[in-house]
Design a binder for this molecule. Sequence first.
Ligand SMILES: O=C(O)CCC(=O)C(=O)O
Ligand SMILES: [Fe+2]
Length: 596
Amino acid sequence: MDPEPPLHETYKPLFASTKTDHRSLVTVEEGELPLVDLRRLSQKEAEKEKCKEEIGRAAHEWGFFQVMNHGISMELLEKLREEQVRLFKQPFQNKSLNFSAGSYRWGTPTATSLGQLSWSEAFHIPMTDISSSSMEAFATKVASLAKQLAEILAEKLGQNWSYFQSSCLPSTCYLRLNRYPPCSIPYDVYGLMPHTDSDFLTILHQDEVGGLQLVKDGKWISVKPNHQALIINIGDLFQAWSNDFYTSVEHCVVTHPTQERFSAAYFLCPSYETVIESCSKPSVYTKFSFREYRQKVQEDVQRYGYKVGLPSFIACQSVTYNDHACLGPGNETATAGYISNLTLLLDSMSSKASDKSFYNDSLNGIYSLFLCRGDVSGDVCRVCVNNATQTLTQMCPSDKGAVIWYDQCLLQYSDINFFGQPQFYPMLLMWNTQNSTSPEEGNIGTLGLFYSLVAQAPYEENMFGTNEMVVGNGPGRRYGLVQCSRDLDVSSCSSCLGELLNQTEECCIGRRGWRILTPSCFIRYEMYSFYEQTLSDPPRSPDLPQVNQGAGKGRKSTTKTIVIVVSSIAGVFASVLVAGFWYYSSSVKKRKQTGF
Ligand SMILES: O=C(O)CCC(=O)C(=O)O
Ligand SMILES: [Fe+2]
């Protein structure tokens, strides 16, 4: 009897609806993960501390690392693999009978396009369901290694390990045995779709075939297999608990045309009732229970076809930094007199942000303005402008001009009077490293969404507009937002937004999400709702995009004070920024690639 799950037959309709008839020629570099030798944990204090330091740094900078001398013998790893091979070799019909219901999965039942399909099968086994001797021996050892690593990571944050000790129990942790059948069809098919792990941390053992890839500095790199090492990766819960200090990194598995691949992963998970709350303040995320997190992930997968993850839990009051540029010093650096005038001006600007969403002012030859996004509340606007002034003062101490962009606001100043002039530079291009799920949607869909926005928003009272459209017959929607700084007149706003639309060809069309930001206007696109929606927003038809009127949605609106700040990109900013990853195409035009 055939052990193979019927992947070919089941997903044939998805191949048929895919236009690309070849594998896209994206080359992914092979990278070496940091490799930490755990033998030093049982050596003298100095060596031990160095080892802990390396673990903390790798979790912070990479979110992924390898460990050797981890205490699990090669012999045991080989026995586990033999057992795993046996388990997958049994007839397909029997596979779902081995463990408790739902433990066996193959393919992706929710996939509506090839990009959402995982060409693999897996046993997802609660630790308490394990009965075979080699699996049990592995599980015991790997569980204690996971706790030891979590303890070190907690200690590096100055926190107590007891939280993990009491919330992660054998009944809440899992072993997942993965098998990736060879996949020779001439399409891009994932073995496992890009994802972050929804646990505290994962310990993985992969075979020699390779195929694991992860995002580092905004680029996908493939992990060179090291059979003797174990791979450790930080999960979403550790990222939230560490308040973004450790990073839960996007990873995926690519298929091999001729070879099957096996891997085994251990997931350190808490009970569903465990509340995850950042260990430092102010918290980037609202506190949530593990149950709430799992439910939200499932809802998002149903709705969008992929997991949004931690960005769904960003705290309302928190603001998300995108980037800044120091504009100067030019011929002369800012003098002490200039700085003290600037400080006065910025203080006065900040004080205006609680009841104005746009303000421009000048003082002794210094010009400044702030603009809050049309849908954010007064509280968030104030927090954002405050953060912006503080950050620029620290980052550009001797520059006469600067601009900073957050998701929720922008702020700029200069010794040149820029009021009323559309400024296209510095221009920040940011895009999601993933393509949209259907490549053919690219130009027509996205641009259709924006044409009407760009035509109408300049005439709105606050020069702001959002728009959404339905794609296909499914639940999929696309969301767009544009806004101009209100020192511009209608025609300058139109030309500013038009210029941004021209740029989309270069960086962004066909991407899952992107944004282009200048000091005078910005434009953003996502496959999920990232701005506050009014209750009356009607569903849009695919061919008739309409602009949601900016007026009435602004922060003066008394009906809404809660801002939905959901950003797929926000979740990876942490890693991108920590790595300080930048592309400069010229001194004034910046690109930033984000990998969600
Ligand atoms: O098979 C691999 O290398 C990765 C597995 C993985 O990411 C997972 O099971 O979550
Ligand atoms: Fe994973």
